[in-house]
Design a protein around this ligand. Structure first.
Ligand SMILES: [Zn+2]
Length: 123
């Protein structure tokens, strides 16, 4: 399950950021997941729940055990060279709805990224 690795990396990134901001707790992180990324959202959620509990010892300064994961699913968007327009393909056939040409330019759908997070600073 490669979601564990992805989640570890993302949570480490979030923790680094939280430390820079001198936060004490991460309460929420939001990830954007493209439909073509190969990531299964439920597996990612599961990985998150496992990692947030196991990483407490390693990162005593940032509390992540109450953090929530939000996942935004991004649809696939292709670009048609002949129409010079973006389109959202139906299913897995990347065919332009206007001119019927097949597109190999995928401009959205492969994302796996941290897009926002909420942190708490204890005073
Ligand atoms: Zn077209």
């Amino acid at each position: 399950m490669h979601e564990i690795g992805i989640m570890e990396e993302t949570l480490n990134l979030a923790i680094d950021y939280a430390m820079e901001e001198k936060a004490t707790e991460i309460t929420e992180i939001t990830m954007a997941i493209g439909k073509m990324s190969g990531v299964v959202p439920s597996a990612l959620q599961f990985a998150f729940d496992v990692i947030k509990h196991s990483s407490i010892e390693q990162n005593q300064s940032i509390n992540v055990k109450n953090a929530q994961l939000k996942i935004e699913l991004l649809p696939i968007i292709c670009y048609c060279d002949s129409c010079q327009e973006r389109f959202t393909p139906e299913e897995w056939i990347f065919q332009c709805p206007q001119c019927n040409l097949f597109s190999n330019k995928i401009i959205q759908g492969k994302e796996i990224k941290l897009i926002s997070m909420q942190i708490e600073n204890e005073k």
